[in-house]
Design a protein around this ligand. Structure first.
Ligand SMILES: Cc1cc2nc3c(=O)[nH]c(=O)nc-3n(C[C@H](O)[C@H](O)[C@H](O)COP(=O)(O)O)c2cc1C
Length: 199
């Protein structure tokens, strides 16, 4: 695929339902290589990627996701999301995400990276990952519902205490076309020289 950067950016969006078509290691390697070209505070590159294909481990992640969603997420989101988005997130949290053939758990080594800059050093790499997946025609999503349950995810993946799960990104072929993302035009959120001076 030879999409321009701008076409890839404009196509990237959350996919929460996947076909069973597998994703090979070479593709994963390309995607994770792109992730590692992200900036990080002090160039400490604090990311650790756990690439989960194992069905039992994905089922354990799926179970954690469902419990997290049912315990806190759904009630919180019910009044905040549109019905269509709530239904999609619900589908993802109750099975769709974990059923992707690959689950990448993006983690942070808080000994290698500065704790204060952990999210800001991990999310750029995660965004690169999402864009690389999109460029290669794969579906993906940035999800955090499970990573709030750090200890449980650490147990599932055998992570040491100093390696924290930050995001769970499913990778696979979308079960159905995603359609275009909906975004407000940048000019609605941009100020010329001073706040509230329109672009
Ligand atoms: C910090 C963050 C956390 C998110 N957590 C979740 C999540 O737990 N579950 C989920 O389904 N989507 C999650 N998302 C994806 C957003 O819902 C999605 O990016 C947003 O609604 C835009 O939708 P689109 O990608 O379909 O355009 C998260 C996104 C961000 C940036």
């Amino acid at each position: 695929m030879s999409d321009s950067f701008f076409a890839v950016v404009a196509r990237q969006r959350a996919c929460r339902s996947f076909s069973e078509q597998p994703v090979d290691d070479e593709t994963i390697a390309r995607i994770l290589t792109a992730a590692t070209f992200a900036p990080s505070a002090e160039n400490k590159q604090p990311w650790e990627f756990v690439v989960v294909r194992d069905a039992d481990t994905r089922a354990a992640i799926g179970d954690l996701s469902r419990r997290a969603w049912e315990a806190r997420g759904r009630a919180f989101s019910e009044t905040r999301l549109t019905p269509a988005m709530l239904a999609d997130v619900d589908r993802g949290a109750t099975g769709g995400v974990a059923e992707a053939p690959v689950n990448v758990v993006v983690c942070a080594d808080v000994q290698r990276g500065l704790e204060a800059t952990i999210p800001s050093s991990i999310f750029p790499a995660t965004q690169n990952l999402l864009l690389a997946a999109t460029a290669l025609g794969l579906g993906s999503a940035l999800t955090t519902i499970t990573t709030g349950f750090r200890a449980e995810m650490q147990t599932i993946l055998g992570l040491p205490d100093h390696v924290w799960p930050i995001a769970l990104v499913p990778l696979g072929h979308p079960a159905r076309p995603l359609g275009p993302p909906r975004r407000a035009p940048f000019s609605n959120r941009t100020h010329r020289d001073r706040y509230n001076h329109p672009w």
